[in-house]
Design a protein around this ligand. Sequence first.
Ligand SMILES: NC(=O)c1ccc[n+]([C@@H]2O[C@H](COP(=O)([O-])OP(=O)(O)OC[C@H]3O[C@@H](n4cnc5c(N)ncnc54)[C@H](O)[C@@H]3O)[C@@H](O)[C@H]2O)c1
Length: 252
Amino acid sequence: MGDRLTGKRALVTGAASGIGAACARRCADEGATVAGLDLIAKPSGSVCSAWVQADVADEAAVAAAVAEATDSLGAIDLLVNAAGVLSVGGADTLEVAEWERVLGVNLKGTWLVSKHVVPQMVAAGSGSIVNLASVEGLEGFSGQTAYNVSKGGVVLLTRNMAADFGPAGVRVNCLCPGLIETPMTSILEDPAFAPVRDAFVDWHLLGRAGQPEEVAAAALFLASDDASFVHGAALVVDGGLTAGRRFPDLSA
Ligand SMILES: NC(=O)c1ccc[n+]([C@@H]2O[C@H](COP(=O)([O-])OP(=O)(O)OC[C@H]3O[C@@H](n4cnc5c(N)ncnc54)[C@H](O)[C@@H]3O)[C@@H](O)[C@H]2O)c1
């Protein structure tokens, strides 16, 4: 498709599915060599030339996986942290185990993979990290306590890493997607969830949900030299969800 990442080596977490898989494809399409890291085995048809199976919430497993990916590819230039899990439950009903599972994967996992990749980038004096946060890390959404807190944490983790590693030439940004049609959100296709899906889609000023490739296009921008002065940003990819609200049309 292009050559914006020619010669780069990318590590993409959550590369087996949805947004992570789309980011891996886009990185490869733009000339990067890509290693996928996921809890599950490499799916057939994956573009990743290296694959490591690990739980991002387990530091020993992450350290071994990053070492294995580096052995296969060489030093990592680009990291996309897309591994994540969804969760429902309000602050009054949420169980501690669920809080720890979701914060463990979404927030601690993003930190741990970054922790083990960033020394290579600092040593190289360059690198780009793109974290998957969410619009749900910017605003409150009912019944989503652990997920939203984890994503709000990813936004601040991004800004903190930007402060830590910017002077070393390592850029760190995050994406805040709205509703994207992936296996994670396929539960909303169940007729029982139709009212939730309809309301959610309606909040997007473009009037539709997004596709994983539309998030991958934004990830490519942040990862590439086109974003050479973009650092510590939380870029919404949300069809206008966080831009404002529409009143009902009364013109008729
Ligand atoms: N789909 C959306 O509407 C949406 C919106 C905003 C943000 N996001 C975020 O984007 C990222 C990707 O979401 P998606 O919709 O593609 O989800 P998905 O469920 O399709 O893919 C998530 C991937 O992460 C992997 N994963 C889960 N737990 C893991 C773990 N402990 N260690 C390693 N890998 C693990 C899964 O195996 C899967 O391949 C997530 O962080 C999600 O929170 C998604």
